[in-house]
Design a protein around this ligand. Sequence first.
Ligand SMILES: *Cc1c(COP(=O)(O)O)cnc(C)c1O
Length: 489
Amino acid sequence: MEKYYVSTRDKNRKISPKKAILEGISPEGGLYVWDDLDTISIDLEQICKQSYQENAFTILRPLLMDFSDEELKECIEKAYTNSFSSSDITPIRKVGDIYVLELFHGPTSAFKDVALTLLPQLMKTALKSEDAKAMILTATSGDTGKAALEGFKDVEDIGICVFYPDQKVSQIQYRQMATQKGNNVKVFAVEGNFDDAQSKVKELFMDLDLEKEASQKNILLTSANSINIGRLVPQIVYYFESYKYLVNHHVIQLGDKVSFSVPTGNFGDVLAGYYAYLMGLPVQRFYVASNANHVLTDFLQTGIYDRNREFIQTISPSMDILISSNLERLLYYMSGKDTDFVNACMSSLHQTGRYQIPQELLNKIQSLFGCAYLDDEQTKQGIREVYNKEGVVLDPHSAIGYMTAKQAEERPVVSLATASPYKFSQDVLEALGTSCQEELSAMHSLQKICTDPIPQGLAQLETLPILHKEVISISQMKDVVKQAMEDLL
Ligand SMILES: *Cc1c(COP(=O)(O)O)cnc(C)c1O
């Protein structure tokens, strides 16, 4: 079996998993993939008997070939011991006839925690083989920044700089980042919007002067975004975990097929489900659930991907995305690993904002992937309906997944719940017919309705001291990164 990952745009770019985790993206813009994914066959009977951590080992073992057994076990142990408030890590709750997979019991109450607790450990291990240090640069519109800060805080040999748009994140997101502890973390409010900060971070990765200074200090500049294989592969685990639940609770028998509904933005979460499918998980269908930015719904229905449209700000902000980067990996596998085809699509997307796939390929994708979207009004209606019928409060993202699952013909369906309702208290309250002007007090009002307690990380936000107050201009970003590199030595 091949030991190397290749780029979706260049088969001759072979790279070990450790290097792929440190690099993130391939220099020509492609994403790292492993060609032999479908030769793995995970033993489902064994999965049903093991703990989350043991299953993480079984599943990641064949994917991260250059990690030793000991290294991998240690990474998993560090990531998933005492960081999640549920001992199941990703528990399931039956809501009506849908199985809701709760991915939000980690430190920041959003699903990105599941991967961002493990990625820093994988990176730290990969760095040991290189004998180097790393500096993570992340621009965030709110959620990713906090999850990355929590994951990377106090991890040896790694520093992290997070940039968020000043005054343009929610009160909760602001407090989550501004109160961040850790001796290797830097948090900056940036004058401008998210795109300005994001563009500057991309520019810094290409800045030759910064690159030179970093390499003199033996520091790798890298990012922690969802195209990194180290963020993608941890997400495969909970698809198998939900299968374990359904078998062990006698909902299905070993070998029966299951469907999944996934609230989708960058296509990372649902792609991990497809990876699980390639590795032997019996799946009937994946439903890609979107909001008013329904580029993916249109693509899955017509075969035309077209980002030339108005960007709509919704109450499910983590799904407000017009370019779903990880879709490139699905195109790679579904096209029979055809890099020429992927290159043609991606260059067309870059030049015209659009591409179209052949009918035959679309049929193949449609045989496994269904889709639906909900606008804000329908999302609020969904939140209200689930609460009235089942007494369960869902956040807007999870409600989109749930309502999509409800429309599906297949059963059983597992619907992925990606954030705690408390993270979006104001919008959830409004959906339920009350309103509250202030986010932190909205959290308390929601608690009167919601049966679950406020997650600890959110409850303490009101009292934690503000540690990061700096507001900088875009042009100061390079200097603060230089300073952060000094401090890392
Ligand atoms: C990131 C995120 C999503 C979308 O996941 P992708 O992997 O980008 O498709 C959905 N819901 C929440 C709450 C998120 O933070």
